[in-house]
Design a protein around this ligand. Sequence first.
Ligand code: ADP
Ligand code: AMP
Length: 218
Amino acid sequence: MQLILLGLPGAGKGTQAQLLAQRLGLLHISTGDLFRAAAAEGTGLGKRAQEYMSRGELVPDEVTISMLLDRIAKPDAAEGIMLDGFPRTIPQAEALDRALEGQSRKIDGALYIQVPEDLLMARLTGRWNCPSCGAIYHELSSPPQQSGKCDKCSAALIQRADDRPETVATRLSTNRSWTEQLADFYQKQGKLRPVDGTGDPSDVTGRLLRELETVTAG
Ligand code: ADP
Ligand code: AMP
């Protein structure tokens, strides 16, 4: 199964992907995580991506598409994938469809996590991430047991530089119209599954799982 998680920054894609991918036996691939890993390693790709990420802009399609297509061609992606943060533009969605078709695969569903925009700023500015195991926290809604320390692996938590209010504002405006266009793209393919992303994360997971039943049934 190939699934996409759509939604504005802060909608809860990473949180839900971590809960769902393991349960469904899918490989969770986040293009944001891939870019941050490349930036931390200081590769050419990482340095180029970092320029755009720090401004809250999208990394150009040609860079993003080739990185993602390389990743999904690896053997560990053959059993199924859950894409988080890709596609973010129509050319990315079209390139993905073409590449999967070449492997006799297809996107089965695009789960669109919807959250009113006025909640997103607080979600992003309060987000804390574990740089070691990738766990996601929020200082108010899901704080770690010990402030600043990961519950799962004890590493020191970090706040992403692009979660500052001024960068968040750019990220939201950059992604707003693309997200709508992507929802339209998958709607036309009969694959869009809108899901209410408000409330407790476990409630959102329940809604996503119910929508997935309609994907597997169809
Ligand atoms: P995305 O990957 O879509 O950018 P994240 O999964 O990283 O979003 O979530 C953004 C922030 O919102 C994190 O701090 C996370 O803990 C918090 N969060 C995620 N889901 C919920 C929810 N249902 N209610 C409240 N906060 C949430
Ligand atoms: P995320 O972790 O999904 O919030 O992504 C962080 C940043 O990485 C974004 O603000 C973009 O700069 C970049 N990025 C991640 N995925 C993509 C994508 N599919 N297309 C372009 N840029 C991306």
